[in-house]
Ligand binder design. Structure first.
Ligand SMILES: [Zn+2]
Length: 474
């Protein structure tokens, strides 16, 4: 027989504890109401547009260590101050960067035809006077990697891999290895240089740059991309040449001449740019919302990643302006040199290795609306994700169906997530047209879908705020 005290203790264990556990697994009604208010305020907010307009107009292209990068530092510090964000600072790092020089290419046979091209980031320069050679055509990287013949030897390898247009960017994911590793695959087979169909989805006559890497054990070949219509021409001439060869008619060889100048390993200083809303109860725990401040040199870095910079800055500013003081610190991080080495992510990772991060996420997929919410958090935090998903649903955002809790939080944030196992959020934008302009001279302000920015800001404000208020670690 239980004493009255024992009975009370047992009853409280059976009823009170489960209730508390359930209560702990959700946000407070007040915090949810604030999140809803932030969502509505964001939809009427024009700050993100003002920021990206100013960044593209007043700063422009901003590769790491360039004059544009220095203008971007001053721009961000001034914007952080205007937006009344706290602890604004720049964190310097020494990096070695690649710098583009002049480059051009033309077909020289079967007839002379100038090509629109651009060097790939990290490409070595071609010898003075350039290179002229016959083309060795491969429909994709897989075919080159499987080639055991010596067809590529002494030639310029051309890889014609196409980038499929997809909403989630998976088409780019499948094609990008051509750009990154194509030169070393060509070098293994004794080629002189690499040319590729641009990794991108535009049919305009523009070429897409982007980083490539060399296998250190192999010769380093100069590498460039040609525009989609130029790749179509090469493919058409190749098909014709093959048909002629089969008909045993005189096959018309494809030859190409190009020049390519570049500097590698240039020592420069670049920065991560940081500002915060200091947490009131757990100031040493950080909710990181990021983007990258650098861009390629060809355009204005409007979609990649001016829009992301504007979105996360505007989201933090909105929370600040709404008069809300989060429990945890909300930190805006604009990473340096994402495009060619993730230096900013690595520097941040070292410096803040011991700091507890509640959540990391990054906006780096253009300016279109977010359609999917995903994350990588501990299982006990999943009910909190359900609450967040419910608040995002009216914005047209679906909670990931397949692969739930396997979200990719963006390039720099993914470096942090992998290195430290910090919980992460993925707010995926519609990337259907992103790769039309990605890494090209067409990445300009007019491509930013102005009406979509407030939806992005709403998602990031809701997620950052609730992550900062959560009753448990994610
Ligand atoms: Zn980017």
């Amino acid at each position: 027989m239980l004493s009255r005290r024992q009975w009370l203790a047992a009853a409280s264990a059976a009823t009170v504890w489960p209730l508390q556990a359930r209560a702990q697994a959700n946000f407070s009604a007040a915090d949810l109401a604030h999140a809803e208010r932030l969502r509505e305020l964001a939809l009427a907010d024009g700050e993100a547009w003002r920021l990206v307009e100013s960044l593209t107009r007043d700063v422009g292209a901003r590769p790491a260590g360039s004059e544009g990068d220095r203008r971007a530092n001053a721009w961000a510090l001034a914007a952080f101050e205007r937006l009344k964000l706290e602890a604004a600072r720049t964190e310097a790092m020494n990096v070695r960067v690649w710098q583009r020089g002049a480059a051009q290419a033309r077909l020289t046979a079967p007839y002379v035809q100038p090509l629109v091209m651009t060097a790939l980031g990290n490409s070595v320069a071609a010898p003075a006077g350039g290179i002229e050679a016959e083309l060795a055509y491969y429909p994709d990287l897989k075919t080159l990697a499987a080639d055991t013949s010596d067809r590529a030897r002494g030639r310029i390898v051309f890889i014609d891999e196409r980038t499929e247009r997809t909403r989630d960017g998976s088409g780019y994911g499948r094609a990008v290895s051509t750009r990154v590793t194509g030169a070393s695959e060509a070098a293994k087979r004794g080629a002189l240089a690499l040319a590729i169909r641009s990794v991108g989805t535009s049919s305009n006559r523009i070429a897409h740059t982007g980083a490539m890497r060399y296998d250190i054990a192999l010769p380093r070949l100069p590498a460039f991309a040609v525009s989609t219509p130029d790749a179509d021409l090469i493919a058409g001439l190749q098909t014709q040449a093959q048909a002629q060869a089969q008909a045993q008619a005189q096959s018309k060889l494809l030859r190409l001449h190009f020049t390519l100048d570049a500097r590698e390993g240039v020592e420069v200083v670049t920065h991560n740019l940081i500002a915060e809303i200091k947490g009131s109860e757990l100031p040493d725990e950080v909710v990181l919302i990021g983007a990258h401040i650098d861009s390629w040199d060809l355009g204005q870095g409007a979609l990649d990643d001016g829009a992301g910079v504007a979105i996360v800055m505007a989201a933090a500013a909105l929370i600040q302006r709404a008069g809300l003081r989060p429990k945890r610190t909300i930190r805006v991080v604009l990473f340096g040199n994402e495009e060619n080495g993730f230096d900013g992510a690595h520097a941040y990772s070292e410096r803040y290795a011991k700091v507890k991060h509640q959540l990391v996420g990054e906006s780096d997929f253009g300016a279109a609306r977010i359609w999917r919410f995903n994350h990588r958090v501990s299982n006990p935090a999943l009910p909190l994700m359900a609450s967040m998903a419910a608040l995002l649903a009216p914005l047209g955002v679906a909670w990931a169906e397949t692969g739930r809790n396997e979200g990719n939080p963006g390039p720099d944030a993914a470096v942090l997530m992998r290195r430290h196992r910090w919980p992460a959020v993925a707010l995926t934008q519609d990337g259907s047209s992103y790769f039309d302009v990605h890494h090209t001279e067409n990445d300009t302000l007019d491509k930013v879908e102005r009406a979509a920015l407030p939806f992005n800001v709403a998602c990031w404000a809701v997620v950052a705020w609730l992550a900062a208020q959560a009753p448990m670690s994610f």
